[in-house]
Design a protein around this ligand. Structure first.
Ligand code: AP5
Length: 216
């Protein structure tokens, strides 16, 4: 199954993609993670994308489509891909349809996570990750069991994303409403859209996604 997770910044796409990856043996492809890795590596792509990401705008379609095409080519996808943060524009969605069609595949389901904008700002500004293994936490909603120690790897250093400042979050939300929201219609017309309540608690969202996918 090839699954797209759609939703505004902070909706919980990364959180749910990680949970789905473990439960359904799918390969998670996150363009945000790939772009951050390129920035950290100081590659040409990272240099082109870094400033755009820090402003909270979308990186040009050609760059992200190239990234995904490369990954889809080199990975057989096992039981399928979970696309987290891609596509984000109609041009990206059309490119994804073509890429998968070339492999005799398609997007099977699209889960859109509905969350209100005010909650998103709180979620994102409270978010941090383990600097060693990348496990995600939140100051209020998901804290380590032992304060200051990562549940997964025992690391004690944590990091925050440079684009998680409130003013940048507002610009990311603007980009979502203007450029990504039209994908809801795009996938509704393909009868692939499943809508879930992203305001519920993490475990409840996970259950609702499972029910939606099992019925797909
Ligand atoms: P990207 O990394 O994709 O960021 P995003 O879409 O803005 O999404 P986030 O990662 O911020 O949020 P999320 O929905 O994954 O939420 P999370 O699970 O972390 O993109 C970053 C930038 O890269 C973009 O701005 C753009 O510049 C560029 N980019 C990437 N892809 C691109 C593309 N395709 N085209 C062009 N440019 C692209 O959850 C957030 C927090 O809330 C966490 O702390 C979590 O613990 C908590 N939380 C999660 N679920 C719940 C819940 N149900 N209840 C309470 N708390 C919760």
């Amino acid at each position: 199954m090839n699954l797209v997770l759609l939703g505004p910044p902070g909706a919980g796409k990364g959180t749910q993609a990680k949970l789905l990856e473990d439960r359904r043996s799918l390969v998670k492809l996150s363009t945000g993670d790939m772009l951050r890795a390129a920035v950290a590596a100081g590659s040409e792509l990272g240099r082109q994308a870094g400033d755009i990401m820090e402003r909270g705008e979308l990186v040009p379609d050609a760059l992200v489509i190239g990234l995904i095409a490369e990954r889809v080519d080199e990975d057989d996808g096992g039981n399928g891909f979970i696309l987290d943060g891609f596509p984000r524009t109609i041009a990206q969605a059309e490119a994804l349809d073509r890429l998968l069609a070339d492999r005799g595949q398609k997007v099977d389901a699209v889960v859109v996570m509905r969350v209100n904008d005010d909650a998103l700002v709180d979620r994102i500004t409270g978010r941090y990750t383990c600097a060693r293994c990348g496990e995600g936490y939140h100051e209020a909603f998901k804290t380590p069991k032992v304060p200051g120690v990562c549940d997964r790897c025992g690391g004690t250093e944590f990091a925050r994303r440079p684009d998680d400042k409130e003013e940048v979050v507002r610009s990311r939300l603007k980009a979502y409403h203007a450029q990504t929201e039209p994908l809801i219609d795009y996938y509704e017309r393909q009868e692939k859209l499943k809508s879930v309540d992203g305001m519920a608690e993490i475990g409840a969202v996970q259950e609702e996604i499972d029910r939606a996918l099992d019925a797909a």
